[in-house]
Design a protein around this ligand. Sequence first.
Ligand code: CTP
Ligand code: MG
Length: 269
Amino acid sequence: MAGRVAAVIVAAGSGERLGAGMPKALVSLHGRPLLDWALDAFTGHPDIDTVVVVAPADAVPAVRARVGHRARVVAGGASRQRSVDFGLAAVEPDVELVLVHDAARPLVEAPVISAVVARLRQGDQAVIPVLPVTDTVKRVDPAGRVVATVDRTELRAVQTPQGFSRAVLLAAHRAAEQRSLTEVTDDAGLLEALGVAVQTVPGAESCLKITTPYDLWLAHRVAPEPDGVPVPDPAGRTAPDPADLDAPTNPADQAVPEPAVLSESGRPA
Ligand code: CTP
Ligand code: MG
């Protein structure tokens, strides 16, 4: 399948759980807004022809100034689903394939974008990157008692970018609207509801989603550091001395540290 490929980066959320006092997509990762990281990944990718950024309504002028000619910028809506709708409406008519990506995943990797586009070009109408679930998963009742252990071999955690035939994604969003669904956070789910087959490709562990302050702390560890500037560890940790790795360890020493409360810069608040 030929045809142009668009990326729609949804960045209009308020980031309440991150609690940075500003829209999450504008929060800094190594000195640059999360949005910039995602934008670079798509504008610099050979498979992506055009990019739409969906920004918080009151931040549209600022985001436009920052993005320049690299992407169209439109205002988002009250839910992610609405923001995707507005982004889709801004995609040029000659676009055939659309990748929808969360700005909250700034560390998206080029091979994942390539894999999603490749499957779409092979004829799949919906393609999502996934990771195996590595934790043991239990089903619990409202009182917190375990009801069952879920077989995780069939489970996958879903990432973005999710890729679609533009026509099918539009139809799915229209169908959702007709059923008065406005809060769906998973585009692929809308297509599943229509009976469209959704194909998976391998995601990337580094493409983590930033939801909480801990996630932002983690992203600072995962992201490539700016040239030559050592990144201070907000919790004061240092890399382990390899010699210590063989030493007998006290399990108490391995307790997971409290997530650091971070300012927008990723440094201690
Ligand atoms: N998003 C959006 N428009 C909305 C809500 C969310 O464009 N009305 C985007 C976010 O900017 C984010 C992605 O959808 O890139 C995933 O949403 P989420 O991680 O939930 O971000 P927020 O809604 O901003 O965070 P929170 O739910 O904690 O407020
Ligand atoms: Mg949200």
